[in-house]
Design a protein around this ligand. Structure first.
Ligand code: SAH
Length: 389
């Protein structure tokens, strides 16, 4: 079918916008194509994921890194060159376990996890979340065109597609084809590019929409409405969810703690955000005895507080704000009060590393990402205090 000149203009503009966008933002998928990180494992299954056989290398933990305290550090897998080797060197030279959360649910999320947890007899949370987009959004089936072949979403990030964009997509399709006809391939191509980049789903005839916060909660393994209430805006809910742990993935790794701590666990949760670590442990049925949660965002602290009350936790929840202010004296106090931390867990900000969230790519030394060194400092301090106990 012949394309009229206005829609050709539209398309040109779209392509230009696309190129502009690419200059400033990159999604993880695009990063994949660039030579930013070398030697990321494929498939990205770490020391195994449920339902897939694993014949990978044996793991070796240096004697001085054997827990307790156990530690678990997370960050985005795709970073500028040299970032993960450096993180590894600081954390007892333990190789990161790179895992894509697409093996735990319907959205990709490529992350590295450096930890000293055992890896035998892991188990996953039940019920398992839906595995494909189609299962998560059964109602979208009716509107899903057969030329959109996606079964998994891209990484859920902190910002969402605009209403303008979804309008433009509808127009581009409708101006270029009659009812029940497939759009021409160049239109399909642009539409698919946008859908993948912004994680858009079909919600009406030729109509796409970004994910709603409660849909993101489900995909990330959080309880429904976890981030709702307290006057928290939709934009902020997206931001917090885009930064969070994928609960099913992290819980799989933490599941080995269940037999070790039947009476409950004391955790130091750094950069707690909306409490991905806390939610994972709770859903595993590991009682939370004492939780020190360090998080600078007041709204995030409110969310974790609300969850703590709603789930009827019987342990202690202590909040602190800035990791940079957590000093030896505070750690000594907590440790003597609780008899030590069993787990030090956290993922420091990735804004200078990679992903759709980043503000710049100055690497680990960037303003936000350098907070990794705080994780390292605090972990070393905890270990040294506990050694002296
Ligand atoms: N794992 C968390 C999210 C980690 S994102 C979850 O499951 O939700 C990194 C978090 O670090 C963000 O919530 C951010 O607000 C917080 N943060 C940034 N700077 C901080 C600082 N100086 N002290 C404590 N937390 C900080």
């Amino acid at each position: 079918k012949k394309i009229d000149s206005t829609s050709r203009n539209h398309m040109k503009q779209e392509l230009k916008r696309n190129q502009e966008y690419k200059k400033h933002h990159r999604t993880e998928e695009q990063d994949d194509d660039e030579d930013i990180v070398t030697h990321l494992p494929k498939p990205m299954i770490g020391f195994g994921v449920p339902n897939l056989p694993f014949f990978g290398p044996r793991r070796n933990i240096p004697p001085d890194a054997i827990g307790p305290p156990y530690f678990y550090y997370e960050n985005v897998a795709l970073t500028p060159r040299g970032v993960w080797p450096k993180i590894q060197r600081f954390l007892n030279d333990i190789k990161p376990e790179f895992v894509d959360s697409q093996y735990f649910g319907a959205a990709c999320r490529k992350r590295g996890y450096v930890h000293n947890l055992p890896i035998q007899n892991r188990f996953r949370l039940l019920p398992s979340p839906p595995d494909t987009i189609q299962e998560v959004f059964p109602l979208s089936r009716r509107w899903w065109p057969n030329w959109d072949k996606r079964t998994k979403l891209n990484c859920l990030v902190t910002c969402i597609g605009s209403a303008k964009l979804t309008d433009r997509i509808k127009k581009a399709i409708e101006e270029n084809c009659n009812d029940n006809e497939e759009p021409p391939s160049h239109v399909k191509k642009i539409v698919m590019e946008q859908c993948k980049k912004w994680n858009l789903i079909w919600v009406g005839k030729n109509k796409v929409a970004p994910l709603e916060p409660d849909e993101m909660e489900e995909l990330m393994g959080f309880p429904k409405n976890h981030t709702r209430g307290g006057g928290i805006s939709k934009t902020d809910r997206h931001k917090f969810l885009g930064n969070a742990f994928q609960v099913d993935t992290v819980a799989y790794h933490l599941s080995v703690l269940k037999n070790m701590y039947p009476g409950g666990i004391n955790i130091l949760s750094l950069f707690s955000g909306i409490g991905g670590a806390e939610v994972a442990l709770h859903r595993l049925g590991i009682p939370l005895k004492n939780v020190v949660s360090v998080e600078i965002s007041e709204q995030c602290r409110t969310i974790v507080d609300g969850w703590w009350r709603e789930t009827g936790q019987r342990g202690n929840l202590i909040h602190a704000q800035d990791v940079q202010e957590v000093d030896e004296q505070m750690l000594e106090q907590w440790i003597s009060k609780f008899g030590g931390f069993d787990l030090v867990i956290g993922g420091s900000p990735c804004n200078n590393l990679a992903g759709g969230n980043r503000v710049s790519r100055d690497g680990l030394e960037g303003k936000h990402s350098s907070l990794f060194y705080e994780y390292y400092r605090i972990l070393e301090c905890v270990k040294s205090i506990m050694r002296g106990q």
